[in-house]
Design a binder for this molecule. Sequence first.
Ligand SMILES: Cc1cc2nc3c(=O)[nH]c(=O)nc-3n(C[C@H](O)[C@H](O)[C@H](O)COP(=O)(O)OP(=O)(O)OC[C@H]3O[C@@H](n4cnc5c(N)ncnc54)[C@H](O)[C@@H]3O)c2cc1C
Length: 473
Amino acid sequence: MSADLQDLAAGVVDWSADAVHLEAARRDRSGVAADGAPLAVVRARTTAEVQHTARWCTATSTPLVVRGAGSGLAGAATGGAGAVVLDLSQMDRIVEVDPVDQVAVVEPGVVTAALDAAAAEHGLMFAPDPGSVGISTIGGNIATNAGGLRGAKHGVTRDAVLALDVVLADGRLVHVGSRTFKGVTGYDLTALFTGSEGTLGIVVGATLRLLPRPVAVATLLAVFPDVRAAAAAASAVVSSGVRPLILEMVDGATLGAVDELEDTSLQVAGGPDGAVLVAQTDGSSADAARSDLERLAQVLAPLAVSVETSEDPARARELLTARRAALPAIERRGRVLIEDIAVPLSRLAEAVEQVQAVAAETGTDIYVIAHAADGNLHPIIAVPRPAPGAGGSAGGAGTADDEAPLPPEVLAAADRVFDVALRLGGTVTGEHGVGVLKREHAARELGPDVLALQHQIKAVLDPAGILNPHKAL
Ligand SMILES: Cc1cc2nc3c(=O)[nH]c(=O)nc-3n(C[C@H](O)[C@H](O)[C@H](O)COP(=O)(O)OP(=O)(O)OC[C@H]3O[C@@H](n4cnc5c(N)ncnc54)[C@H](O)[C@@H]3O)c2cc1C
C-alpha cells in the first residue's frame, strides 16, 4: 500500500481495495461502467470519516465519487480509474421523526422506503417515491432530485428538502437551509445542492418535510384507443381541478409486454395501439378519495373506451399492474436504455407520437410510460439480447451482453428522442439526472453561457475539481 493510501486508511474504519468491491463500484444501474478501476472504496460510518476522505482527496488531487445505493440511471455514481468511491449506505440512521414539526432528520444512507415506513408510524409520509424506493438512498434521491409516482400531487425530492448538512470538497462541514417550511435567508443553497449529482458537496444529513399520510386511496384504470386520446385525457384530468396522487400513462407496446408477463389482457382492451391511464386519488377519508375519483371518472368517461374504479386494495393492486409491471416486462424483452425526457403538458401527445415515429424510423423497439401529470416521459429502448448459442450469453439484465457497446441505431434513436424533447420546449432529463450519459445533450439544452456559469459555480465549491469530475456538466 502506498504511503498516501495508508493516510486515507488511517482515518476510516471500513475501506477496501479488493478487486470485487472496486469492480462493483465502477457501475450503476444505467448499464454503463466507468473506464478503469477505482483506487479504493470507503464505506463511511461517520461525518468525520467523510471529512477525512474529502480532505485526503483534495490533498492528493484524487477524484471522489459519492455513492448511495448505486441505483442511478445516468452513470453518475460510477468510480473510474484512480478515484476513491465514498459509499454512504452505512450512514443509515433515522435520527428523528418529529410529528409536531412534521420533519425527519436522517443520515444520507437511509433507504427511501425505510423513511416512509418510519413516518407512517406517526401518520405521516415521505412523499417522494421513485420506482427504486426499496433500494435507493435519501442521499441519492437528494443528489438526483428524484421524482416518483406521487409527484403528480407532491412534486419532487426538492419539495421535501428543508435543510442539508454538507461536507465540502475541502472537508468543511456546512449546514444550509432551516427546519422551517419557510425561510429566505441568503441564496437558496439547499436547492443548489439538491440535484447536483455529487459534484458540489457530500450530503451527510438532511432535514426533510413530511406530509400527512392519506387515510384512504381510490384507484382508476382508463383504457384509450391510442396515446393521443390518453394524453388528451391526462390534460383534461390536470385541468379538472382534482389533483390526483398518481397519474401514469402506459402505451400499447408496453401493455403488450405486461400482458406477456402477467397474463393480463390490457392491450386487447384498447386495441394494439391502445394506451391506459392509471390514476389514484387520496384523502383524509374514504369519502374524500371516492368523490375525487368519481369526478375524474366523469372527466375521463367520454374520452375512454372503458373506465374502471375501485377502492378495494386487492383490485387496486391489479389495476396498477399496467404501471407496476411495466419495467420488468420490458426488461424481459431485452436490455433496456431508460430515457427520461419532460415536455410541457400541452405537448405530451405530440411527444409520444414523435417518439413512436423515432422508433419506426430507426427500426428500434421503444416503449413509453409517462408520469402524465408532470409531462415526464420514459421512452424505454429495448435492445434484444442475442439468442442462446448466437455467440453471446443470453442472460438477463447485468450479464456481459448488457455491457457491450449499444448498437448505433439505438444511440441514434436516443439522440432523436432528446431532439424531440428540446424541439417541444422540454428538457433532456426530468428526474434521472445527467451523469455521464447526457452531458452532451445537457450542454445543448443549457447553451454556452449557462453552461459556463454552472462551471463557475462548481469552481467556487470545488476549486480542485475532485468531486465527481466529468459528470453532470
Ligand atoms: C428500477 C428502478 C426504478 C427507478 N425509478 C426511478 C423513479 O421513479 N424516479 C427517479 O427519479 N429515479 C428512479 N430511478 C433512478 C434512481 O433510483 C434514482 O436516481 C435514485 O435517486 C438514486 O439513488 P441512489 O441512492 O441509488 O444513488 P446513486 O445511484 O448511488 O447516486 C446517484 C447520484 O447521487 C450522488 N450521491 C449519492 N449519494 C450522495 C450524497 N449523500 N451526497 C452527494 N451526492 C450523492 C452520486 O454521486 C450520483 O451522482 C430508478 C432506478 C431503478 C433501478
